[in-house]
Design a protein around this ligand. Structure first.
Ligand code: AHG
Ligand code: MN
Ligand code: MN
Ligand code: MN
Length: 332
């Protein structure tokens, strides 16, 4: 049986009028950049890419060399094709305009070039997350143009650099998973229409923040920890990779609940995870796979962003658990 590559999937999607040629090209270019990032990560200490870059980003985080390298790879790959109006990234203070020497397109690309960078130096899975919006007509692609609710995303995806390199993509037609064939150099469709089970016995949260959580999260996690003997009547397992891409991918594969809730440590900033580079693309993917994503109080995709680097609390994954956590918030 012939294999469906990412290129073929996208060409067929264009033929079915789900995307146009520019959006197809955009996704191909992002996938190509992810291949380059995957190769860089794969070399590790052999090519001197591990460790600190010696700089801080706008988030106030110390940048790793690979945060900077991955950001550069994505910028360079996407600058010249004529498909973009501008790009924005976790690692850049302001949107990156397309240089004057290149034609400009209608799309806005946002990315978290390297997600889970605390895992880089210990050789644990990391990823790249991306999201695509259309630049509003007649609007300059300044920061304002990026401030659109997640429902406006035309495509979103992530690459997971784990034991295999995967690309998980949605163009609003379900969620599909492509595995990088390293010999051939192409992404091959390996799972179609991923679905997140509505129920689960697994949750993901950084338990070390427990004393900082709000009451509804204390209540919810407390009930999970009671196991069989408690109100839930079953035992729950816990996982926390600390790379959102890896934690979300597990949920897409076998269900689960992921939470980075509001806590008194991050409340001032609005939460830990970034709305435009992390929460929105992951929420679109999760919803497209039959799951749900809220802040604990509201659907994430409905939020009207007010800042490029805005942060939000995130509760996502198996629908019935997300609904329970959200109900606990709304009751309190
Ligand atoms: P990034 O590496 O892009 O800055 O993102 C890290 C994020 C996310 O991937 C993960 O879920 C979370 O931070 C982990 O945070 P803790 O270290 O607080 O657990
Ligand atoms: Mn970071
Ligand atoms: Mn991240
Ligand atoms: Mn990052």
């Amino acid at each position: 049986m012939s294999r469906t590559t990412l290129s073929r999937y996208l060409i067929e999607a264009q033929r079915d009028n789900h995307i146009n040629a520019d959006l197809r090209f955009l996704i191909e270019v992002v996938a190509r950049a992810c291949k380059a990032i995957s190769i860089s990560i794969g070399k590790g200490a052999l090519s001197g890419v591990l460790g600190e870059a010696g700089s801080d980003n706008v988030q106030g985080e110390a940048q790793k060399k690979l945060d900077v390298i991955s950001n550069e790879i994505l910028l360079e790959a996407n600058e010249w094709g004529g498909h973009l109006a501008a790009m924005a990234s976790e690692e850049m203070d302001h949107p990156h305009p397309i240089p004057h020497r290149y034609p400009k397109g209608e799309y806005l690309l946002m990315f978290d070039p390297l997600d889970g960078s605390s895992n880089i130096d210990i050789n644990v899975s990391v990823g790249t997350i991306f999201s695509v919006l259309r630049c509003p007509e007649g609007m300059e692609p300044t920061e304002q143009a990026f401030l659109q609710p997640g429902t406006q995303q035309l495509a979103a995806g992530y690459a997971l650099y784990g034991p295999n390199t995967l690309l998980v993509l949605t163009i609003g037609q379900g969620v599909h998973c492509f595995t990088l064939d390293r010999e051939v150099g192409s992404f091959v469709l390996t799972q179609e229409n991923l679905r997140i089970p509505e129920d689960t016995k697994e949750f993901a949260i950084n338990m070390s923040n427990q004393r900082f959580w709000e009451a509804p999260v204390q209540r919810y996690v407390g009930e999970l920890l009671q196991g069989k003997e408690g109100v839930r009547g079953k035992d729950f397992n816990m996982r926390w990779v600390a790379s959102m891409v890896a934690d979300v991918h597990r949920i897409l594969t076998r269900g689960g609940l992921f939470m980075y809730p509001l806590d008194s440590k991050t409340a001032e900033k609005g939460g830990k995870l970034r709305l435009l580079y992390e929460a929105n693309p992951m929420s679109l993917i999760v919803e497209q796979a039959g799951g749900a994503a809220t802040t604990g109080r509201q659907r994430i995709l409905d939020l009207q962003p007010t800042q490029l680097h805005q942060r939000v609390p995130v509760v996502l994954g198996s629908k019935n658990e997300v609904e329970r956590v959200t109900a606990y918030h709304l009751e309190s």
